[in-house]
Design a protein. Structure first.
Length: 94
């Protein structure tokens, strides 16, 4: 699944009011991990990830941020995409 497709799916899950909250959170977490695997495949290997240049990581995320800006739910999408690093609690999901 491409990053753009994953971001679109995240937006769809956020907007869908028919899905139970716990199911939405689970879906958003899974989509976040899929996106991270596409953007930073090195994340799954801590030894390799640790050696990845921060400028390279920022460059990869810059393209993602530019794409996310197109969505009305951009704040929520960025929260979802940050979840693997922050372990946030998705308090805002309804």
């Amino acid at each position: 699944m491409s990053v753009k497709h994953t971001i679109r799916k995240i937006d769809e899950v956020i907007r869908n009011m028919d899905t139970p909250r716990e199911k939405k959170i689970e879906s958003l977490q899974n989509l976040a991990m899929i996106c991270w695997q596409e953007i930073i495949p090195e994340y799954s290997n801590p030894r390799v990830f640790k050696n990845l240049d921060s400028d390279e990581i920022q460059a990869r995320w810059a393209a993602v941020r530019d794409h996310v800006e197109k969505y009305e739910t951009k704040t929520q999408i960025l929260y979802v995409l940050d979840w693997p690093a922050s372990s946030g609690n998705f308090y805002w999901v309804k």
